[in-house]
Design a protein around this ligand. Structure first.
Ligand SMILES: Cc1cc2nc3c(=O)[nH]c(=O)nc-3n(C[C@H](O)[C@H](O)[C@H](O)COP(=O)(O)OP(=O)(O)OC[C@H]3O[C@@H](n4cnc5c(N)ncnc54)[C@H](O)[C@@H]3O)c2cc1C
Length: 303
């Protein structure tokens, strides 16, 4: 198969880029990847995407998908497993497409959750340890749970889980939370939530099921055992750059290096947008904005 524009990823960046290139009359193919709708589908409510006072992350991404389909984009539910940025046209393959080519490529592969990588984590992943409150919160009705993290995503998870669970510990390694003030204020008046600052998890413990976290106060080095029924990790993300590693210039932290005015990467004709490329703020509106820039630049490149 051949397409003029190949967009890899179905988060806010990918869908927005696709809407722009399709509306410019360019034949556009978007490959969704394993997480259709991207990271926002993991959050129960979004209150900072312009035009929506309050919308479930899943619904927002469903709207975007519908809008993308209406512009005539071909959406393929698959994952790109290979991309060659040295050929013209660029060559790619997916699980179902052995050889595809594209005149230009927009990388919008976003980021995946980071794991703590501590003792006991592997044993209880998916069986007491989760990274998605929207998906797994339901299993902890009236139970005691802990969320690990200290940024916006962790604060969102805690607020959501406090509506389901009996009590929620927030384990934060820093001396204060770094999320939005409005959310932190909401959290501090919720008596189901207990914030443990300056605290880090050392080990997950349990027989068949997770039952305990060994935690340490970073300042005093004192360790204690916290009895819980489940844990949600929200400690940040790592960029999904496996496809282009060793092909494009990356930043020190492993994000794709882009020209912020054009979203061009180090290879002509390949653009990147959203969380996979170096950016200070990881937000849906910023990803969508950079998707629009990448699309307009791709359009110019194809002239
Ligand atoms: C719990 C949580 C809550 C959040 N809440 C908010 C909020 O309220 N407001 C806000 O503005 N932001 C929020 N964010 C941040 C926001 O979700 C991200 O900034 C945004 O989703 C990034 O968009 P993206 O399109 O760059 O990438 P992503 O959303 O990460 O999407 C990446 C896409 O790439 C696809 N992909 C990856 N590899 C491949 C491959 N090889 N082939 C094909 N496709 C591939 C994936 O399947 C996915 O569809 C939240 C994030 C989390 C985790």
């Amino acid at each position: 198969m051949h397409t003029k524009v190949l967009i890899i990823g179905s988060g806010p960046a990918g869908y927005t880029a696709a809407i722009y290139t399709a509306r410019a009359g360019l034949e556009t193919t978007l490959i969704t990847g394993p997480v259709i709708g991207g990271q926002l589908t993991r959050t129960h409510q979004v209150e900072n995407f312009p035009g929506f006072i309050n919308i479930a992350g899943f619904d927002l991404m469903d709207n975007l998908k519908e809008q993308t389909i209406k512009t005539g984009v071909t959406i393929i539910q698959d994952e790109v497993i290979k991309l060659n940025t040295t050929t013209k046209p660029f060559e790619f393959s997916t699980h179902d497409i052995p050889k595809g080519t594209a005149d230009t490529v927009i990388l919008a592969t976003g980021a995946s959750p980071k794991w703590l990588d501590i003792k006991g984590e592997e044993k209880f992943k998916g069986n007491g340890i989760s990274i998605c409150a929207t998906c797994d919160g339901f299993f902890y009705r009236n139970k005691t749970i802990a969320v690990i993290g200290g940024g916006n995503a962790a604060v969102y998870e805690v607020l959501f889980l406090s509506k389901i669970a009996k009590e929620v510990y927030l384990i934060n390694k820093n001396k204060a939370l770094s999320g939005e003030k409005k959310l932190i204020d909401e959290l501090s008046t919720n008596n189901k939530i207990k914030v443990l600052n300056n605290t880090q998890p050392l080990e997950f413990i349990g027989e068949k099921k997770l039952s305990t976290i060994k935690i340490e106060n970073i300042k005093t080095k004192e360790s204690t055992l916290l009895m819980i029924d489940g844990v949600f990790e929200a400690i940040g993300t790592i960029p999904n750059t496996q496809l282009i590693k060793d092909q494009l210039t990356l930043t020190r932290k492993g994000y794709i290096k882009t020209n912020k005015r054009t979203m061009a990467t180090s290879v002509k004709g390949i653009f990147a947008c959203g969380d996979v490329q170096e950016d200070t703020y990881k937000q849906a509106i910023i990803s969508a904005g950079s998707g629009a820039i990448a699309a307009l630049s791709a359009e110019k490149y194809l002239l």
